[in-house]
Design a protein around this ligand. Sequence first.
Ligand code: G6P
Length: 613
Amino acid sequence: MCGIVAYVGKQEALPIIIKGLKRLEYRGYDSAGVALLNENGLSIYKKKGKVSQLEDFLAQNQDIKSTIGIGHTRWATHGEPNDANAHPHYSSSENFAMIHNGIIENYEVLKTDLINKGYVFHSETDSEVFINFIEDVYKNNDCSIEEAVRLALHKVVGAYAIVIMHKEEPDTLIAARKGSPLVIGVGEDEYFLASDATPIIEYTNQVVYLDDYEIAVIRDNKLQIKTIENVETNPYINQLEMELEAIEKGGYEHFMLKEINEQPRSIADCMRGRLDAKNGRLVLGGLRDYMNKFQNADRIIIMACGTSWHAGLVAEYLFEEFARIPVEVEYASEFRYRNPVVSEKDFVIAISQSGETADTLAAIELAKSKGATIFGVCNVVGSSIPRATHAGSYTHAGPEIGVASTKAFTAQISVLTMMALMLGYQRGTLTESRYIQLLHELEAIPAKVEKALLMNDKVEKIAAQYKDARNFLYLGRGYNFPVALEGALKLKEISYIHAEGYPAAEMKHGPIALIDEEMPVVFIATKDSSYEKIVSNIQEVKARKGKVIAVVTEGDTQVKNMADHVIEIPETHEAFVPLLAVVPLQQLSYHIAVMRGCNVDQPRNLAKSVTVE
Ligand code: G6P
């Protein structure tokens, strides 16, 4: 969480930083701030609230012309969201200014020490301690700033991506990372630093991804990278493939709506070059060197958080059905703090949209240390998880900006489905004819998602009827159970209505007590192997006067006769239904949130990239 941006070069720094911060607001929006350096000195401007509030505040200031600066948008960890806790932070002398994304775990010890030495603090943050600690090392060692940073980093425990400026060095930025992302854009006589590439893309497509334990020094228009052991490394320049239009709203009112509607294309992009049903071809390049391990694994362990964990649950059904390998799906946060039984015979799949989730990264390191093979399924190219895994497949959904995940979820399931089909075919648990049939069915999914999206107007009307409900229940069975969890999560995240997802049959073990005439119950009741069972569950809800909203297969009549509302989706193989069934649930939560006046793209308290545990 938290987004950082910095600039040094020949242009005005402030507009570049402000625009960049707006692009990074998905990482947190509790407060925002900038530090700028010019002939009048090193000045910090910061405000509680969104970047637009900072902009209003800056409009009252004249002294903001500068060609070097740093900026920050915050998701609060230490200290409430207010002006004082906002970044950047000065050191005590006000010679240094710093932006920080991450958490310093030993900050209390460092702080006590600094207080004893006479340092005074103006915020409750770990970050202010961090910059004062660097200043203290600088004062005591009579060394360069970068050397002080390097020495200080040896003593700091925790995660960080930082950028530092010093009053006496008007053309220098010092950056470092461990555990939090940092990308450096290399322009002509200018450098851009940011938590991801979105603030950089319109200026240059040449980027360097800083690695953990590396320090970047940009001075006099030159970039130098060293490890914290003081070994110089050669910056490797990557070419960004992202398009600017992919990170803009393109006429939609919200990113979330844009991203919901992009799904036919994002799923097709995910399958492009990988799936060719006519020629019976399915290739995931990332799996090539690991197919043998995958095929012979004793067990598949899936690790993820949030929506990605739901995609993992769908994958459990897919892998067990098509490839007959046992699967465990783990919350990364639980896995990392147990003493899990893992061996070299396990194949671990880590799923993450951002590729930065701290718990997932830590779980990967743990499984790796026990000898397992780790395969990443991530969306953000060049992020930390793809670099920590042995191999992986990108989901190619394009940048997802709305905090509530939509197109990344369907792209994750698309990759996992392709993996399961490849595995089943290689292992011989899928016959050739069934395999080919499934490839054709999968290839037809983007067009079917397009059709599912057409239910939007109907879904909007349903939303209008239930927007004031206080609770929602989402029920599904088999492949649709994870879809029920995802539907409930979407509603909670953006509309703040309490919602629970449950396996439909489990309803009678508890949630049924909640049902009365006020309770909307969303059923995913498509024509599949458990259709008759879910029809009985619908009857149980109707018998208690609950309101039933059912997602059904096109042409269904049985559920239509019982439910208060039905939303039809095209027919497909039951294993692929999640890719279609989730679409109206995304639309339902979107419309309810809009009608309730909620901030759809930036819901309260949430952040998209969770780099703290
Ligand atoms: C946050 C986001 C969710 C996301 C989860 C896991 O909670 O708001 O949308 O599903 O993190 O993130 P990841 O990037 O690892 O998929």
